[in-house]
Design a protein around this ligand. Structure first.
Ligand SMILES: [Zn+2]
Length: 328
């Protein structure tokens, strides 16, 4: 799943090329993978009419809200996409062959000079700005960590209100209702940077320490805006640009210990940590699935790491010209 900085960078790149352009032709895949709303609150009963509704409209803006990418058109129409784990955006010339099969395209937008194709979107819908669906979506999302007016106290308040007190920090950080932007890589990295154990419980962490996790996440997202290789460790010693992510059983970069790996949390997401450096919210309660996960992550246990498990690999190269990398 892309991190928030990825989507903001992608939105800026698409905006630079698409804003002000007229959509000459639009194609939406009738039955893409995963959730798909045909028209949302717009009066468009089917995909074909949604396409007809969009063609001829001018793109007014392209922006990110958390991991959602919005393409704003005339008359307050919004095209919302969420890439999930497998989605990507490509840009092609009008006659240029696509690098992925057309049947994988969830959405394709033609202008007189480019074709923008979103492959394998997890979610795609047409919305009307200000509609109930749109407002409900915005309300569901926490503050964007990359927003200029980001309010840290609001995030702490949302975490206390929306999450169970015994929720592990891995789940809290990935919960986009609390704050938008932290994905799976930054989750492990901010926990390491702040010395918090991934299975530390929400009730055991102070507001100050919780705020530091989000502040660290915001800082990493800001510093990584612009694309390129993701960096959380700015030490030029040839030992890598990330502290823990993807470094299972490698030596810790701060202590003599080694990095542990397990799939943790409600969604069993890959998590890396140093047990010696991350003692915050001490004695994390390890019960239920999380306990099992932690044991399965002991050194020497099997894991899908390195076998191409979704969401675990490095950022791939971008498939289309002129767009930054945007998926992992
Ligand atoms: Zn360590």
């Amino acid at each position: 799943m892309p991190e928030g900085d990825t989507i903001h960078t992608l939105a800026a790149a698409i905006r630079a090329q698409l804003a002000g352009q007229t959509l000459l032709k639009v194609r939406m895949r009738p039955e893409p993978r995963g959730h798909f709303k045909r028209g949302g609150s717009v009066a468009t009963p089917g995909v074909a009419s949604a396409e007809g509704e969009l063609e001829g409209r001018v793109v007014r803006d392209v922006y990110a809200l958390g991991k959602h990418l919005f393409i704003a058109l005339d008359d307050s129409l919004l095209l919302r996409s969420h890439l999930g784990m497998y989605g990507t955006w490509h840009r092609y010339g009008p006659a240029e062959p696509w690098q992925k099969p057309a049947w994988r395209a969830s959405l394709a937008l033609w202008t007189d000079r480019d074709v923008f194709v979103c492959f394998n979107a997890k979610e795609l819908e047409v919305l009307k700005a200000g509609s109930i669906d749109h407002d409900n979506l915005v309300k569901r999302l926490g503050p964007d960590l990359l927003a200029p007016d980001f309010d840290l106290s609001a995030v702490i308040r949302r975490a206390r209100e929306l999450c169970a007190a015994d929720a592990p920090l891995v789940d809290v950080l990935l919960d986009q209702r609390i704050a938008c932007g932290i994905g799976n890589i930054y989750k492990s990295e901010v926990l390491f940077i702040e010395g918090q154990h991934p299975l530390g419980r929400l009730r055991s962490i102070s507001d100050e320490a919780l705020g530091r996790l989000y502040a660290a996440g915001r800082s990493l997202l800001q510093r990584n805006l612009g694309g390129g290789r993701r960096v959380t460790r700015w030490v030029n010693d040839g030992r890598g640009s990330l502290w823990v992510y993807g470094r299972r059983t490698a030596p810790c970069l701060r202590c003599p210990g080694e990095i542990h790996y397990a799939r943790l949390g409600a969604d069993m997401r890959s998590t890396y940590w140093c047990p010696d450096c991350q003692r915050g919210t001490a004695n994390p309660e390890t019960h239920g699935a999380a306990d099992k996960d932690q044991r399965s992550g002991s050194p020497g246990s099997r894991s899908p790491e390195g076998r191409g498990a979704p969401g675990d690999g490095p950022r791939p190269r971008n498939g289309g010209k002129g767009l930054p990398p945007y998926a992992e």
